[in-house]
Design a protein around this ligand. Structure first.
Ligand code: NAP
Length: 313
């Protein structure tokens, strides 16, 4: 099968389109014929390995898993002997914990997949898993979002942010999105009540106070972010270097939380229902062919994507 592989850490230049052996389906796995995948922050970190913690997982000197890509949508090609939820021919989407989605076939543990709603394309479904799960976990589980809450989303126009705006509105919050000038319209169009253009204004210097700040950028000092909170407000760091998470752990207490999102089947089901009901619509900047994964990752690495970047396989 064709796949995008890498044998050394580095920039997207190290990625190559190659012919490789297809994966073997384990007893708890599903083999998926990939129709679409999407690029995400996880792929960027595993490619560049600029954080040492990444090398502890992916290999100290060179990557142990040569194919990136965590989000997938496609058709079930084969199922393991212990899998009962899926059958050959099912249309599925989800998150592959071992990556491998920038390929024609990928092996995914059955717990990482759900059925794709018919009203959503494979490109749209592939845009969802990692980014929407991070938004869901950040808002609902860590941020304890409630109807009527005033919620600020820093980095509202990117992969996580465009899902977070829609989910916060779904939960009944009053939403303020922070983004650059050219994306103000986008963030308003997906439901934000207010927008702040960070090129002209620093959200931490306003008088406004928020019940929840979801930070997808991590570019403002922690002390300033916490000052934007109501007395019992919560600051949730989706983004930020491990050192920021350390500061949060040391000084965060109850009102500042850092987390790493994990895919859970029940959460993917929640997202599937929202997609099916039309309450969540992925924002896709552009779709690239498999051979151009490196271009998609370059765009992602520039940190200015308008929603998600999708790979068509
Ligand atoms: N904790 C987790 O489990 C988890 C999961 C997924 C992702 N993440 C992290 O979450 C972060 C966001 O991921 P993503 O996929 O949404 O990235 P992304 O798609 O690249 O989006 C980043 C967004 O940040 C915005 N931005 C850049 N500078 C900004 C500034 N000064 N103020 C406000 N917004 C700014 C950009 O918007 P403009 O173009 O408008 O500037 C861009 O849309 C990444 O750091 C990623 O590593 C964490």
């Amino acid at each position: 099968m064709k796949a995008i592989v890498y044998a050394t850490y580095g920039s997207p230049d190290v990625l190559e389109l190659r012919e490789v052996e297809p994966p073997v389906c384990g007893k708890n796995d599903v083999l998926v014929r990939v129709h679409a995948a999407s690029v995400g922050a996880g792929d960027w970190h595993l490619l560049t390995a600029t954080w040492f913690a990444v090398r502890l997982y992916q290999g100290l000197v060179r990557p142990k898993r040569p194919i990136l890509g965590h989000d997938v949508s496609g058709t079930v090609e084969a199922v393991g002997s212990a899998v009962t939820r899926f059958a050959v021919g099912d249309q599925v989407f989800g998150a592959s914990e071992n990556a491998g989605c920038f390929a024609e076939l990928v092996r995914v543990p059955a717990t990482g997949l759900v059925h794709k709603p018919d009203n959503v394309t494979h490109e749209q479904a592939a845009a969802v898993p990692a980014s929407a799960l991070a938004a869901l976990h950040g808002l609902r589980d860590k941020g304890r979002i409630r109807a009527g809450h005033k919620v600020l989303i820093n980095g509202a126009s990117g992969g996580v942010g465009t899902f977070a705006v829609q989910l916060a509105k779904f939960y009944g919050a009053e939403v303020t999105g922070v983004c650059s000038t050219s994306k103000l319209d986008l963030v308003l169009s997906i439901g934000a009540d207010h927008v702040i253009d960070y090129r002209h204004e620093d959200f931490t210097q306003r008088d406004e106070r928020y019940d929840l700040v979801l930070d997808n950028v991590g570019n403002r000092p922690l002390a300033d972010c916490r000052r934007t909170l109501t007395p019992d407000g919560i600051y949730v760091a989706v983004s930020g270097a491990p050192t920021r998470a350390l500061w949060i752990a040391l000084f965060g207490g109850q009102r500042a939380v850092s987390f790493i999102s994990q895919s859970k089947p029940e959460d993917l089901e929640d997202l599937r229902e929202l997609l099916e009901a039309g309450q969540l619509t992925p924002v896709i900047e552009r779709t690239y062919p498999l051979a151009e994964v490196a271009d998609a990752l370059r765009r992602l690495g520039a940190g200015q994507a308008r929603g998600k970047l999708v790979i068509r396989v």
